[in-house]
Design a protein around this ligand. Structure first.
Ligand code: ADP
Ligand code: MG
Length: 351
């Protein structure tokens, strides 16, 4: 910077600051109450970010820290990757034994089993042995499918119905029983939705009415940014650096996405991904590459996105109809969008 410029800059600065402050005070833009405050942390194997609007930073920090703590607590219960969680301990107990459940896990399983029944068993929370077989239950990179004898043996042993049994005792506590060694809990298709719901509940308890909790694209919003909606970009399943659609969400809305592009490998020209069809023992091939579901509850929206991915467009949309208030945007493997009338979103990608 030369001297002349510096001199001018110095005299110009106070005027500039006063002008900006004046405009800011008039529009309220610099007030800490009207800023979006965002914090990001690594949780549940993904980047989770929480943004708030309309609360002073100190209160926002407190609320957001509590929300993250709640999500971490849920991960400590629901993860099947860590050996000490409640889910892992259930998986270690011998089958045919009734095991007491915590309230949180009991409630989530009960919700999930409704989806299992209505999806004709396509949504299955007991696929840990199968995802393990395919190598998707660890963080290790996989590059080839297992021998077909391995998943065929699993398929033979996996029960057609009743893989997971729940019962409620007179004291209203719940117990679980896993049918056979081919069944082990893996809540990857629903738990993020539940964690996002619980984080939103904590934010509300802390007096935050405008926020978004985004767990790697599985998200829920409440309120707005001073009347402006929250802007959500949906990743394109094939051109993964591109946005396929944009949703402007406000009020109370969850949006959960299941895709074949998040965890996958290519082997001899074939794509193998982490959403399994329990009817075949292999990654679901239903003609879809991405399913986004919007609805008022995160856990049901998350479970629905996974279930629809397995069922495909026709049967998936029939399932969606059984959950009033739920809407979906499906993207076929050819890149064609299928959007239900109430889905809030604008398709951007060229087919
Ligand atoms: P994404 O990771 O693309 O968001 P989902 O949210 O649908 O996809 O979660 C996929 C995860 O759900 C898998 O990693 C696995 O843990 C679990 N899962 C796989 N197949 C099924 C299924 N048929 N039903 C329920 N959960 C499943
Ligand atoms: Mg998901």
């Amino acid at each position: 910077m030369n001297e002349r410029w510096r001199g001018r800059w110095k005299t110009g600065l106070p005027i500039l600051v006063v002008v900006i402050l004046g405009v800011a005070l008039l529009t309220g833009r610099l007030s800490p109450r009207t800023q979006v405050l965002t914090t990001t942390r690594m949780l549940m194997g993904t980047l989770v970010s929480i943004s708030t609007w309309g609360v002073p930073p100190a209160r926002s920090d407190r609320a957001v820290n509590r929300a993250f703590a709640e999500m971490a607590r849920i991960e400590d219960v629901m993860s099947s990757h860590r050996p000490t969680t409640e889910v892992s301990r259930i998986n270690q107990v011998s089958r045919e034994t009734w095991i007491p459940l915590s309230d949180a896990l009991g409630q989530l399983l009960q919700q999930g089993l409704v989806l299992t029944e209505r999806s004709n068993q396509a949504f299955a929370m007991g696929l840990e042995p199968l995802t393990g077989l395919w190598g998707f239950s660890s963080d290790r990179a996989v590059s080839a499918p297992p021998p077909s004898s391995a998943w065929q043996a699993w398929l033979q042993a996996y029960p057609a119905t009743g893989a997971i049994e729940l019962r409620e005792l007179p004291d209203h506590t719940r117990q679980i029983r896993l049918k056979s060694a081919s069944v082990g809990l893996d809540l990857g298709g629903i738990a993020k939705g539940y964690a996002v719901d619980q984080a939103i509940a904590v934010l509300r308890q802390e007096g935050v009415d405008n926020a978004i909790v985004d767990a790697g694209g599985d998200l829920r919003v409440i309120g707005s940014k001073g009347g402006e909606p929250w802007r959500i970009g949906l990743q394109h399943p094939r051109q993964t650096d591109q946005v396929a659609a944009v949703s402007l969400l406000q009020g109370d809305m969850a949006m959960m996405t299941s895709g074949d592009y998040e965890r996958f490998f290519l082997h001899e020209g074939q794509r193998y991904h982490h959403i399994m069809d329990p009817g075949t023992g292999t990654p679901a091939q239903s003609g879809l590459s991405s399913v986004s579901v919007q609805g008022v509850g995160g856990s049901i929206a998350h479970g629905l996105s996974t279930a629809i991915f397995v069922l495909g467009a026709e049967r998936g949309l029939a399932l969606l109809k059984q959950f009033p208030g739920s809407e979906a945007l499906l993207i076929t493997t050819e890149g064609q969008p299928i959007q239900t009338p109430g889905f809030v979103g604008t398709w951007l990608a060229k087919p």
